[in-house]
Design a binder for this molecule. Structure first.
Ligand SMILES: *[C@@H]1O[C@H](CO)[C@@H](O)[C@H](O)[C@H]1NC(C)=O
Ligand SMILES: *[C@@H]1O[C@H](CO)[C@@H](O)[C@H](O)[C@H]1NC(C)=O
Ligand SMILES: *[C@@H]1O[C@H](CO)[C@@H](O)[C@H](O)[C@H]1NC(C)=O
Ligand SMILES: *[C@@H]1O[C@H](CO)[C@@H](O)[C@H](O)[C@H]1NC(C)=O
Ligand SMILES: *[C@@H]1O[C@H](CO)[C@@H](O)[C@H](O)[C@H]1NC(C)=O
Ligand SMILES: *[C@@H]1O[C@H](CO)[C@@H](O)[C@H](O)[C@H]1NC(C)=O
Ligand SMILES: *[C@@H]1O[C@H](CO)[C@@H](O)[C@H](O)[C@H]1NC(C)=O
Length: 781
């Protein structure tokens, strides 16, 4: 008989597509909070083992800690409290049957067999010290578990039991629930019900519904605290309420069944955000059978879907290191985990539009994840845009963050505006009512919401008269602070409104929002100096006087953990004035000039990195690596991107510099590898050097493909710098390109690489567009 390990190896090596390069354990320690388990692209169900660890935001942590159970709902890479993780199941042996089980989380949590965790796209497995193994694969709304009781013997006094925990989500936010037992056929017990829980970075609560089918059952029980009570399961449903104590169900497997099934049981759990019936309907329609053949079929379908989804990027991997290949595909894979597509399972309002959840948070994902979709997953991106506009229709405002059906906390600007403008200028149209989209964006800019902690903007009225958000802003209904970083973000969000208004033929609005997008300059204090540089963004009061905030404050060298979402969090959010003073994606020429010209600007970018003021572990820091192009030094962009990747990204479990934030941290590695980076919210991409010889985007535009190819490629070891470029055979000297000219039109961008910096891309006319120079919105598309 083959050992299980060699069977797994066989299955793994049979993967032919890009999934063979995906390592799901990257970023599962060191605060990466990566979800390592089984899911489909944007899958509602994300199943994995939940570690008994302080760092378990994504469920499983590669720190060797014990396992609380496996559960079907998770988020990826989030930085708030641990998300979801309810409805855990766990294979156990209990002396004498259910009465010998202590279901409580602290009692039942079991050590893992160290190093036994395995994962591939759509699959996760782990061995436990209880001589059990738990494997899981998924469909869109259903988790399918294969539980093996390795040392099972018939007639032993220790009985094989499947534990179900209704109460313990990862953040222990349970507020009560219900479970109903019913016999489906001779030996299958169905337990269905719901629990009410709290969101991990938001307001309110939410209900999730499950439908669990366990075949081969002999005895069932409910457990509450340490006590198990047998249930007479019949074809007539029996319902039990659970107040907010620990509790759930226990199902003992019959000795005959396990002897017949080679010690293995296939357990299915459908999950719905709408109802128990829907959870059961998802389960039975998506996974008809409960046997090992079904497990393999389901797993293969998941792998195939992932290969197809990842296949919208095609690489010539010659000359790339194995590690970089693994880093790239793993990062791309994680970019497609969130948000979750729960279209058709949205209990909040009736609508035929798509619904996406776990937009966690747009502050993170607008920068790289959604711009990536605008190239590689345009259908999904159109659905996300429709879902966002529909949220505004039904719930009042575009969100900046949502999770588990609840409103999440807004970190900075109303960045759905920038997500929308990014899609708009990139020609995402399918099924989208862009008049409604523009109206929703304008509402963000003009209407103060009842609670700007979770939607819209604060400081709208003050900004209208002062042209900045003052530190002492008095808009009620939101968390204080972040006035400087919010002013910068609102200004850029407004530029996005201008782009959409312009495209929709609303010239008046376009002119207005393009103008107020210059507001940020009112927070520029030319007299603030630090580390040999002068001129910084600083907070300002209603009376017009500036406050002084040390430009290094919030950076890794000063008060790094002092700048979060609280009233004392200061005027810059999660990054310093040193970093934020560069955040004007639509008008970097003015930043260059305010900083004293290109040479000082470039030196200042260098100083940002060399003095330790920069933080690649948090999303505001992504852009700076590529900003040398605005100072006519595209060679320095290449050096910076390569050194950041080398210093801060690996394929080890601690290989991410910060929270993955729904794929954002991975998205940075993806764009760095492409050799171009989106000025997200606009159609501009700045060029660095691709880290693959040829990269093909077969579906960036219907019927055409876009190809980036290189001459003299050596994995960016020696031939790092662009010497010359051709777009569709024509000389191309700009160190940037627009979405429409490359992805929109299709074609080939050919870059000739060499060992030393060249003059390519360094002339004034080669620099990326800035609104103060172009005075036109057209180049930004
Ligand atoms: C299987 O091994 C576990 C862990 O050692 C033990 O608790 C359990 O009783 C064993 N089961 C049987 C049936 O021997
Ligand atoms: C379970 O434990 C909680 C907390 O100790 C207690 O309040 C509750 O009454 C217990 N419930 C039962 C049914 O024993
Ligand atoms: C379980 O319930 C059924 C139907 O009500 C009844 O016929 C049967 O005797 C019960 N079994 C036990 C063990 O109580
Ligand atoms: C999202 O889910 C809906 C409903 O299941 C489905 O029709 C749609 O194709 C899904 N979108 C994507 C991008 O998979
Ligand atoms: C900067 O300093 C100059 C010279 O002292 C002064 O005239 C100007 O008002 C100052 N500007 C600000 C914004 O404080
Ligand atoms: C402006 O307001 C701030 C905050 O209330 C105050 O500390 C400062 O003294 C005021 N400045 C002037 C010039 O009145
Ligand atoms: C990135 O790498 C640099 C150089 O080793 C290091 O100083 C910095 O702390 C790293 N950043 C993060 C967020 O890990």
């Amino acid at each position: 008989m083959k050992s299980l390990a060699s069977v797994l190896l066989l299955i793994a090596s049979s993967r032919a597509g890009p999934t063979q390069f995906v390592n799901q354990f990257i970023g599962t320690t060191n605060g990466g909070h990566v979800f390592a388990g089984a899911t489909l692209p944007w899958g509602s169900v994300k199943a994995v083992a939940d570690s008994d660890s302080g760092d378990n935001q994504g469920g499983f942590v590669s720190d060797g800690s014990a396992i609380r159970g496996l559960s079907p709902l998770h988020d990826d890479g989030t930085g708030g409290g641990p998300s979801l993780g309810e409805f855990k199941i766990l294979p156990m042996f209990c002396e004498g049957g259910p009465s010998g089980c202590d279901g409580r989380e602290a009692s039942r949590t079991v050590a893992q067999v160290q190093g036994s965790a395995k994962a591939s796209p759509g699959f996760f497995s782990i061995d436990l010290q209880s001589n059990t193994q738990a494997e899981v694969t998924v469909t869109h709304h259903t988790a399918l578990y294969r539980l093996t009781f390795q040392n099972f013997t018939a007639d032993a006094t220790a009985k094989p039991i499947v534990l179900f925990d209704l109460s313990n989500d990862l953040s222990h936010s349970f507020q009560g629930g219900q479970q109903t037992f019913q016999e489906l056929d001779d030996e299958t017990v169905r337990i269905q019900g719901f629990g009410t829980f709290g969101p991990s970075f938001g307001e309110g609560n939410y209900r999730a519904f499950f439908c669990l089918d366990v075949p081969g059952a002999s005895v069932a029980a409910v457990w509450e605290n340490a006590t198990a009570t047998l249930v007479n399961v019949t074809s007539t449903p029996t319902t039990f309420d659970l107040p907010n104590n620990e509790g759930g169900a226990l199902v003992q497997l019959s000795d005959d069944f396990l002897a017949w099934s080679d010690k293995t049981v296939i357990v299915r759990m459908g999950v719905s955000w709408t109802s128990e019936d829907k959870a059961c309907a998802f389960a039975t329609s998506e996974i008809p059978n409960l046997d090992s053949a079904q497990f393999e079929t389901t797993r293969k379908a998941a792998t195939d879907l992932w290969d197809a989804t990842l296949g919208t990027v095609q690489l010539d991997m010659e000359g790339a290191s194995d590690e970089h290949v693994e880093l790239f595909w793993s990062s791309l894979y994680r970019s497609y985990i969130s948000p979750t597509n729960i279209t058709g399972d949205n209990p909040l309002y009736d609508s035929t539009e798509p619904y996406y959840d776990s937009l966690y948070c747009i502050w993170d994902s607008f920068r790289v994840v959604h711009p990536l979709y605008a190239i590689t997953q345009r259908e999904t991106q159109a659905e996300v845009v429709r879902a966002l506009i529909d949220i505004e229709r039904h719930l009042g405002f575009l969100p900046d963050c949502r999770m588990s059906l609840d409103k999440g906390l807004t970190q900075g600007g109303s960045n759905a505006d920038s997500l929308l403008s990014d899609s708009y200028v990139k020609g995402i149209r399918a099924g989208i009512n862009w008049d409604d989209g523009l109206a929703a964006m304008v509402k963000d800019a003009e209407v103060t919401p009842p609670d700007w902690t979770v939607e819209g903007r604060g400081g709208i009225e003050r900004r209208k008269t002062l042209h900045y958000v003052p530190q002492d802003d008095d808009t009620p209904g939101g968390i204080r602070g972040r006035s400087a970083s919010r002013t910068l973000e609102y200004a850029f969000n407004d530029f996005g409104i201008a782009l959409v208004a312009n495209g929709q033929g609303d010239a008046t609005s376009a002119a207005h929002y393009a103008e107020v997008a210059g507001d940020w300059q009112n927070l520029w204090n030319p007299n603030t100096t630090d580390s040999g540089f002068s001129g910084f963004i600083q907070p300002r009061f209603i009376n017009g006087s500036f406050n002084f905030v040390d430009p290094r404050f919030c950076s890794p060298v000063l008060g790094h953990t002092s700048c979060f979402l609280n009233d004392q969090g200061g005027e810059f959010y999660e990054a310093s004035s040193w970093e934020y003073s560069f955040f004007v994606p639509h008008d970097m020429a003015t930043v260059v000039s305010l900083m004293g010209g290109p040479e000082t600007y470039v030196n200042r970018l260098d100083a940002l990195f060399s003095n330790g003021f920069h933080d690649i572990g948090d999303e505001p820091g992504f852009l700076h690596c590529f900003l040398y192009n605005y100072g006519a030094r595209p060679d320095k962009t290449v050096d910076r991107v390569l050194s950041v990747l080398a210093a801060n990204y690996t394929t080890a479990v601690d290989g991410l510099p910060g929270n993955d934030d729904s794929g954002a941290m991975g998205g940075f590695a993806v764009f760095s590898s492409f050799g171009f980076y989106p000025m997200a919210g606009t159609g501009v991409y700045v060029l660095s050097t691709p880290l693959f010889k040829t990269i093909t985007f077969p579906s960036a535009t219907a019927g055409k493909q876009a190809v980036i190819t290189t001459i003299n490629f050596d994995g960016a070891t020696t031939n790092k710098y662009i010497q010359s470029a051709k777009l569709n055979g024509q000389d191309f000297t700009r160190n940037w390109f627009s979405h429409s000219e490359f992805f929109g039109a299709g074609g080939t961008l050919e870059l000739t690489l060499g060992p030393t910096p060249s003059t390519w891309g360094t002339a004034e006319a080669d620099l990326p567009p800035s609104f103060s120079v172009t005075k036109s919105l057209v180049p930004f598309s």
